[in-house]
Structure formats: structure tokens, C-alpha cells
Design a protein around this ligand. Structure first.
Ligand SMILES: [Mg+2]
Length: 282
């Protein structure tokens, strides 16, 4: 599918201004956020990928301003994201692309894959574990992620290709899909994407509630497409790439400015100006 492409320069600034104007007058809103690469810079050890300085405080302030449902939607497993989000109260978290949902009160709900899919994932784990390839494997409740960041950059693509070939058969048999992410390959059950998570969240919200989704990665493209026509899609990434998102922010400065504008619009009804750190063009 052809990407719509992030709007450049003044068009994106106009789109953001209109969005925040609506937000200032809205009685409820949805702020939906990917984690890795969006709220936090990548680290060789994902367990050390803390949010950019200032992000946690701003999210807390936005939630404190009220009238907004803040949801972090991540491919990570729940137990790997919680330690990175600071202290309670956590925002609502949809982990494993939305298959594990932690509500603001702390209750957790699951959308489990089929037994056949879970067996396939276990078989794939054993295949990769015995292959002796460089990199490491992250075992999530409902998926596997093979990380090649520890390998020399010149070897990463070869390792990813080898893992992809290793998992091809089991993916076809067990209704799993192989999905590249930044420096890795994930094997996950078909049938639930961030796009499905987005549709579920939007369905629960009043139809006129302003909604925005911020993400950086290939898995976020499903969510960008799902929110099209209903809310704002924002690519958060230092370097632009083809995308279905409507706007592009370079982290951390433009991301922090975006969150400040959200807090101001949601909290006071005052419409903040774009300031120095507006959205970028290509
Ligand atoms: Mg990401």
C-alpha cells in the first residue's frame, strides 16, 4: 500500500494547529503513544531504554490536566515496559501490540493467540536457540523478538535473513508472521496488530474526541492507517522515511514541544503557538 506521506513544513504546522484548537475545546481526547524510538531512544540493551528526559513528567502533567486518555501501545511485553515508565500511577498500557492491556487501575486483560500459534512460537524459539547465530532472543508472552543490535552492523542483515529463513516454515504452518523492526525480527501471531489496537481504542471513544497516535516504526504504520480520517498520525523519528503518517516530529525537542502543547490545550483551553520546534518537512 502506498504511504500517504508525512505532510511537510507549513501544511503539517497547519494540521497540528487545527488539531490543538479542536483539543482545547474538546471534553475528552485520546493521546496514543508507541514507546521505543518514540518516547525513548533505542539502546543496545532494551532494558535500559528510558524515556527522553522530560517525557515522563509531561505525560503525568497531561494526565493531571484531565479530559484525556493516555495509552502507551507497544510491541514490548508488559513486564519489560513497566520498569521503564517510572513510578505509579502508570498510564494505561497496551503491551504485546495490544494483546496485554493494563488499565489505569492496574487490572490486566489479555487477548490470547490460538494454541496452534503458541506451539509455533515455541518451535521457532527452539530453532533460533539452537542455530548459534549472533544476537539475542527476547521471549514475550505472545511473540518472539530476535535482536541483532549486538552484532557488527555489517553482519546484521545477514543474521536477520538467516533468522527469517529459519522461521519461514513454522510461520506458515502456525499462522504467524515475521515482522522486521529496528535491528530485529519479530515472530508474532497473525490476527492482532497495532491497527486493531487503534480501532478498538477509537471505538471506545466519543466519535468527536480528538485523537493522535505517535510512532516511529514499521509496526506503527498499521496504526497510522487505522487512525486516518479519524485523528492525527505523527511519525516521531530523527530521519524521515516513507510513511502513512500525516506529520513528522524529530525527537526529543519537537516531541517535548508537542506534549507541552497538548498539556496547555487540554489544561487551560488556551491555544498554544507552534513555537520554535514545530513539525518538520521532509
Ligand atoms: Mg517504536
Amino acid at each position: 500500500m502506498k504511504a500517504a506521506g508525512a505532510k511537510s513544513g507549513s501544511r503539517a504546522r497547519g494540521e497540528l494547529k487545527r488539531f490543538f484548537t479542536r483539543l482545547a475545546g474538546a471534553s475528552s481526547s485520546l493521546l496514543l503513544l508507541d514507546y521505543d524510538g518514540t518516547l525513548a531512544p533505542f539502546q543496545e540493551d532494551p532494558a535500559l531504554a528510558s524515556p527522553y528526559a522530560g517525557v515522563t513528567d509531561r505525560l503525568r502533567a497531561i494526565r493531571g490536566a484531565g479530559r484525556v486518555r493516555v495509552v502507551v501501545i507497544t510491541g514490548r511485553a508488559m513486564d519489560s515496559i513497566l520498569p521503564l515508565l517510572g513510578a505509579e500511577p502508570f498510564p494505561e498500557i497496551w503491551a504485546s501490540h495490544g494483546r496485554e492491556r493494563r488499565l489505569p487501575g492496574g487490572e490486566v486483560e489479555y487477548i490470547s493467540p490460538s494454541t496452534r500459534q503458541l506451539r509455533g512460537i515455541e518451535e521457532a524459539r527452539q530453532l533460533a536457540a539452537s542455530a548459534g547465530l549472533p544476537g539475542w532472543m527476547e521471549e514475550k508472552p505472545f511473540s518472539l523478538a530476535y535482536h541483532v543490535r549486538p552484532a557488527p552492523p555489517s553482519e546484521r542483515q545477514d543474521v536477520l535473513s538467516a533468522v527469517g529463513r529459519l522461521w519461514r516454515g513454522v510461520a506458515e504452518q502456525a499462522s504467524l508472521e515475521r515482522l522486521p523492526f529496528d535491528c530485529g525480527l519479530e515472530l508474532r501471531p497473525l490476527g492482532w496488530t497495532k491497527g486493531d489496537a487503534m480501532r478498538a481504542l477509537l471505538q471506545e471513544a466519543p466519535p468527536d474526541a480528538p485523537a493522535a497516535y505517535l510512532g516511529d516504526d514499521e509496526t506503527d504504520e498499521d496504526a497510522f492507517r487505522a487512525i486516518e480520517g479519524r485523528g492525527l498520525s505523527v511519525l516521531v523519528r530523527k530521519a524521515w522515511r516513507p510513511t502513512a503518517a500525516r506529520a513528522w516530529l524529530r525527537p526529543p525537542a519537537e516531541l517535548l514541544r508537542f506534549l507541552d502543547r497538548w498539556r496547555q490545550a487540554a489544561g487551560s483551553g488556551r491555544i498554544p503557538s507552534a513555537g520554535a520546534a514545530g513539525p518538520r518537512g521532509r
